[in-house]
Design a protein around this ligand. Structure first.
Ligand code: ZN
Length: 156
């Protein structure tokens, strides 16, 4: 059945702010942690209006896995665009616990999964630095706690 158009379009009452913060985050598109990522980036790191690069697995696509070769090309192009058009100066990479991309696409699980994710953050950071020339690249591992998600810094 055809859906009738709403009589009045929905209006978001959040104020629009045009100034950029010149920072981007690359993270998994998993909607269960999307708001936690926003909370961490906006309140934890003080980056309101940061640019979002969200795709399954997030930084995994920049870690050289052949299963994510196409995504890697896309994200590299997107980063180059953000450097040029949005004058990007800082990039935050986030991996998260129980990421389905690692479990399903890369067929990893258990303790090994987290080790690969942490190594991937290091590899992805090196790729970001190389293709963008940006030095300020940070990595975090989002761990699921009881009623919270903890963002552990990872040396990248
Ligand atoms: Zn994920």
């Amino acid at each position: 059945m055809k859906k009738e158009p709403a009589e009045t379009p929905y209006e978001s009452r959040l104020p629009y702010e045009a100034a950029r913060v010149h920072a981007a985050a690359i993270y998994c598109s998993d909607g269960r942690v999307g708001e936690h990522f926003d909370d961490f980036l906006q309140r934890g790191l003080g980056l309101p209006r940061y640019d979002r690069v969200a795709l399954p697995g997030g930084p995994a696509c920049l870690a050289g896995h052949p299963q994510a070769h196409l995504e890697e090309q896309g994200v590299v192009d997107e980063l180059k665009f953000l450097v040029e058009a949005h004058k990007l100066r800082r990039v935050v990479l986030i991996a998260h616990q129980a990421c389905a991309f690692y479990g399903t696409r890369l067929e990893l699980n258990g303790r090994r999964l987290e080790l690969v994710q942490r190594a991937d953050l290091v590899r992805a950071a090196a790729v970001v630095r190389r293709v963008t020339g940006i030095d300020a690249v940070e990595g975090y591992f989002a761990r699921l706690g009881e009623n919270c998600v903890r963002f552990e810094p990872i040396e990248v």
